[in-house]
Design a protein around this ligand. Structure first.
Ligand SMILES: [Zn+2]
Length: 197
């Protein structure tokens, strides 16, 4: 029986994740019902619907942190990396295909990281509550990649809005095993400032 919550809708954090069945955010972050506001879309891209959903989380529910959650072996990224950019997948893969065109040397694994960073960048630039809150430092946007093989969460350094290119080297800031709360000692709490290295 799934856990249920009828408490007030006050999630701690919003997560924009891929729809992949192997990466359920509540599982990955070990959070109970009511803790995470989750938006899922194949390829974890910042579609208009995803942005509007996050605007609601930030503007109406008071969420102060958004995590963009990608993962290894992502089918949407693999499709884009293979040049499958049209047909019924087009709305999903278009932004990832554009990334692939701008980074022709990137393999699928690198594209997965670039895609998470690109989504975080798009959210920061968004002309809505999410972008406004991010620019005024009321909202923190984080980027993470879940490794299906090891169960690790790797956090990527999200460049600031003032200019660094998003295609910068991947920076690993910590490993968090699956099913371990992020706010336990030894892990990075969701609310803790990102280490700047
Ligand atoms: Zn995926």
């Amino acid at each position: 029986m799934p856990e249920r919550s009828v408490a007030e809708h006050r999630p701690e954090v919003a997560v924009l994740s891929c729809s992949d069945a192997r990466v359920p955010p509540s599982h990955v972050f070990d959070r109970p019902a009511g803790a995470l506001f989750v938006v899922r879309i194949a390829g974890n891209t910042a579609s208009p619907e995803a942005r509007a959903s996050l605007d609601y989380a930030v503007g109406e529910l008071g969420v102060s942190e958004v995590v963009v959650l990608g993962h290894t072996h992502c089918g949407a990224v693999a499709a884009a990396a293979a040049g499958t950019c049209g047909g019924h997948l087009e709305p999903i893969v278009r932004p990832i295909c554009e990334l692939a065109r701008r980074n022709p040397a990137a393999d699928a694994a690198e594209l997965e990281r670039l895609n998470v960073l690109a989504t975080a960048h798009t959210l920061r630039q968004h002309d809505g509550p999410v972008g406004e809150a991010a620019c005024s430092a009321r909202l923190r946007i984080r980027a993470m990649v879940f490794d299906l093989e090891s169960g690790r969460l790797d956090e990527l350094a999200v460049p600031h809005a003032n200019g660094q290119p998003i295609a910068q080297p991947f920076i690993r800031t910590g490993n968090q095993p699956l099913n371990q709360p992020l706010n336990q000692p030894g892990n990075q709490p969701l609310k803790q400032p990102l280490e700047t290295t």
